[in-house]
Design a protein. Structure first.
Length: 159
């Protein structure tokens, strides 16, 4: 069974998002060993300068890279990444599981990911050109991963 790791920066605050996350993690248990790692977000002032944001992203990036498995297939969630249909994500997951024992998805803070994290990853994925709160993105990504596994297994979940 494949290991899937989700590395995120920041904690979920709203109970409805925590409940949704827990539900998808439970469902994913049928397909993979799932691990969620929540890293601390660097606190910034209300109106941070670009240099403050850059320093925060660098610090968060070091933590992210330290949490990623060296042999994992690493996927950075970022706006400039490639958009895939659900079947495409399923294919990416299936292809990665053929070559790796772990897939690692990375979601940065509301300011994104440091370039060093993106360079350390094997693939850059974007869910949409729309902007979503990064906390909500965690739930959207979990659903997409769950759907991907269902497509791979040929269940009726994906219509």
């Amino acid at each position: 069974m494949i290991n899937v790791k989700l590395i995120t920066v920041g904690n979920l605050k709203e109970s409805y998002l925590k409940d949704a996350e827990a539900e998808y993690i439970k469902r994913l248990g049928a397909f993979c060993r799932f691990e969620s790692i929540q890293l601390k977000e660097v606190k910034l002032p209300d109106s941070p300068s670009q240099s403050e944001i850059d320093a925060a992203l660098l610090s968060e990036g070091k933590s992210i890279i330290g949490a990623m498995g060296q042999r994992a297939y690493k996927i950075a969630m970022c706006v400039e990444g490639k958009q895939l249909p659900s079947e495409g994500l399923a294919s990416l997951i299936e292809s990665a599981t053929d070559r790796h024992s772990e897939i690692c998805f990375v979601i940065g803070s509301s300011h994104g990911l440091h370039e060093s994290v993106k360079k350390a990853c094997d693939y850059r994925l974007s869910v949409s050109q729309l902007t979503f709160p990064h906390q909500l993105m965690r739930v959207i990504l979990l659903e997409a991963i769950y759907r991907g596994f269902n497509i791979i297994k040929g269940t009726k979940y994906h219509k």
